[in-house]
Design a protein around this ligand. Structure first.
Ligand code: HEC
Length: 142
């Protein structure tokens, strides 16, 4: 009988000890889990904004096509040299002697197949030498 009581008492003690440890550990565990409550905006989204309502987003890219000063040959240059690439290919070059521009235009025709007549090539070369020539032998004629 006394043995039976003893066994009961010890199991009661074990339950009490377990209870004590659990209550002692709970605040410790919650202190370790370092997750703050989600902010109000995530937990409950506010009224959807116009951007969220429209799934198509639009961005405006800057238009930075370079400006070319007026002058003889400008129109033929603008119409022939923009066919395959941006005119930035020209503005990003250093100033060249007119002879080099002539070779460059020639290369566009012979190597890349630009449709430019010899007369147009002369006009374009003169214009390029005027606006981006290192020898500045000519100024564009307005
Ligand atoms: C038939 C297409 C075409 C036309 C028209 C054209 N180009 Fe080009 N151009 C090219 C190609 C292809 C390249 C080389 C691109 C590369 O290397 O990424 C090039 C490159 C260039 C470059 C960079 C330097 C170089 O030699 O590679 C310059 C400057 C240039 N072109 C000037 C002109 C000028 C001036 C005209 C008008 C006379 C012109 N292009 C017309 C096709 C063309």
């Amino acid at each position: 009988m006394s043995l039976f009581l003893g066994a009961q008492a010890s199991s009661l003690l074990r339950i009490l000890l377990l209870f004590f440890f659990l209550t002692a550990l709970t605040p410790l565990l919650s202190a370790c889990s370092n997750s703050p409550a989600p902010p109000e905006s995530i937990a409950s989204p506010a009224v959807p904004s116009a951007a969220a309502a429209n799934p198509v987003h639009q961005i405006v890219l800057p238009h930075d096509e370079p400006d070319f000063p007026p002058g003889a040959g400008r129109d033929v240059f603008m119409s022939r040299c923009m066919v395959c690439h941006s005119l930035r290919y020209i503005t990003m070059q250093p100033d060249f002697p007119g002879k080099t521009w002539g070779k460059e235009v020639d290369k566009m025709v012979k190597t890349y197949g630009a449709h430019i007549t010899p007369d147009e090539a002369r006009q374009i070369t003169a214009y390029l030498a005027a606006i981006k020539g290192s020898d500045k032998e000519k100024q564009p004629q307005p």
